[in-house]
Design a protein around this ligand. Structure first.
Ligand code: ADP
Length: 506
């Protein structure tokens, strides 16, 4: 039977998705399913790994049914996933020994604090490109071993396996045959040396994590294994799993950002900005992360990454906290209903400020209120803040990578807002391009799987799809834009002067 599709699995933080792509890069059928979030304590976030696997099986079945696709018609499977989230399971039974500890979960903060206090920040950053933080898998593994020392003993005997979500899915799809990951996911564990491209023995010794726990590391585009012939999911078909990448890297690939200096920003709940820095791993002085962007064949490409904690969530705040809007899509209308924000700046530092400021104690602020300030100004100021924060990160990247920015590729839910896209182009004085198909993450995973199996020869073959994009050119004169941005910087500085303090309840 003719191989007509590549199946992409996009396993995200709140939902799992599967999309079948045709040869011309079009999304032919898709299916999505949310799964429960588990909050055992304030600041902790966990998932049940079995629920994740079930949700993935569910969306795979959903795609096959929706598209009336025969498993024989699928050339290959690509996986992209929420990064850093940590699963440990029994090598023999496949049973997880604990819930998946999710990337944003804070339960391993004490582990991170300990290693920072011991003075290991520099060496960890040099080897892994990462700051020591509870985000990264190594701290989560250590936390679990601290809580349940018997698990550490079992791990030392080789009875357990660790994986990020890609590894967990690959292991299940292959019926427990394959324990592998790819470089992009490995580079988020805080155990992987991004220069030598191996698990770092010195860090494993330091953190007392046995190497038998760790998956083998592959590139992004190769055959990792085949779906289990005895599995009912694909009716016994052995389909190659041929592409894996962490979600943000997959989006960079799906956006076709293959040239040095190309930047993508995913405007979601938070925003993730990645710049392709080519074959050089650039070490940031301003708190950006150095990470592996992808390995295609023998070429390893690096990226600088910066994230914005509050992007789309500021819009949710307008909706749910302030009740100024009923739906996120209304923001565009309000923004365009006023000529400008009348010098109103909203700094949504709800949980502190990220790159390049790094002030955990900062809290949000609004500047420039007058008697004339109305709802539209307030909404516009909040949307503009997403663009200003992006500019802060992009300027830092440009300065550190020493390459000028020519284009910003946008995706994610909040990129639907045309006003935001235009304002971004104006503030950066750079073209912003938004593809009409926003599922760039899944497209990236599909591309990797298609490339490994000859479904596609190169990105040009699916470019047609990507070229259906809207372009926003800067329209604002440079002086006006500079002036607005200076105002933002002043607002941020003033915000940092005001410190969060406990409320005196007496
Ligand atoms: P995630 O993958 O992080 O869950 P999405 O990429 O689905 O997020 O984007 C959802 C976010 O985008 C929400 O925070 C929502 O408030 C915001 N959003 C959605 N549509 C718009 C819009 N038209 N204008 C501004 N923000 C929007």
């Amino acid at each position: 039977m003719e191989k007509k599709y590549i199946l992409a699995i996009d396993q995200g933080t709140t939902s799992s998705r599967a999309i079948a792509f045709t040869k011309d890069g079009n999304a032919y059928a898709s299916s999505q399913r949310e799964f429960p979030q588990i909050f055992p304590q304030a600041g902790w976030v966990e998932h049940d790994p079995i629920e994740i696997w079930n949700s993935v099986q569910n969306v795979i079945a959903g795609v096959l049914i929706e598209g009336k696709i025969q498993p024989e018609e699928i050339q290959a499977i690509g996986i992209t996933n929420q990064r850093e989230t940590t699963v440990i399971w029994d090598r023999l039974t496949g049973e997880p020994v604990y819930n998946a500890i999710v990337w944003q979960s804070k339960q391993s903060s004490s582990v991170a604090d300990y290693w920072k206090a011991q003075g290991y920040s520099k060496i960890v950053k040099e080897k892994t490109g990462l700051p020591i933080d509870s985000y990264f898998s190594a701290t989560k593994i250590q936390w679990l071993f601290e809580q349940q020392p018997e698990l550490k003993e079992r791990a030392k005997k080789g009875e357990l396996l660790f994986g990020t979500i890609d590894t967990w899915l690959l292991w299940n799809l292959t019926g427990g045959q394959v324990h592998m990951t790819d470089l992009t996911n490995a580079s988020r564990t805080m155990l992987f040396n991004i220069h030598d491209l191996t698990w770092d023995q010195e860090l494993l010794d330091l953190f007392d994590i046995p190497s038998s726990l760790l998956p083998k590391v592959g590139s992004n585009t190769e055959i990792f294994g085949y779906t289990d012939a005895s599995d009912y999911l694909f009716f016994g078909q052995r389909i190659p799993i041929a592409g894996i990448a962490g979600d943000q890297q997959a989006a960079l690939i799906g956006q076709g950002a293959f040239q040095v200096g190309m930047i993508k920003n995913t405007y979601g709940t938070g925003a993730f900005i990645l710049m392709n820095t080519g074959e050089t791993a650039i070490s940031s002085e301003h708190g950006l992360i150095t990470t592996i962007a992808y390995q295609i064949k023998n070429q390893v490409i690096y990226a600088l990454e910066g994230s914005i904690f509050v992007a789309g969530s500021a819009i949710q705040w307008l909706r749910d906290g302030l009740e100024l809007i009923e739906d996120a899509s209304e923001t565009k209308h309000y923004c365009e209903s006023v000529k400008d924000s009348e010098n109103l700046y909203v700094v949504p530092a709800f949980t502190g400020l990220g790159a390049p400021y790094w002030d955990q104690e900062a809290r949000g602020a609004v500047f420039g209120l007058t008697r004339g300030t109305n709802k539209a100004h307030f909404i516009r100021g909040t949307v503009e803040a997403i663009a200003y924060q992006t500019a802060d990160v992009v300027h830092t990247m440009v300065q550190e990578a020493k390459v000028p920015i020519t284009l910003l590729k946008a995706d994610g839910g909040a990129s639907r807002n045309d006003f935001l896209m235009q304002f971004q182009a104006d503030i950066l004085q750079t073209t912003v391009k938004r593809p009409s198909f926003l599922e760039t993450t899944a497209l990236g995973a599909a591309f990797l799987a298609g490339l490994a199996t000859g479904f596609w020869q190169n990105f040009d073959e699916i470019k047609g799809m990507y070229q259906k994009a809207e372009t926003f050119e800067p329209q604002m004169p440079q002086e006006v834009s500079d002036n607005l941005y200076e105002g933002w910087q002043e607002a941020v500085e003033a915000t940092m002067k005001f410190k969060h303090r406990p409320i005196n309840k007496k």
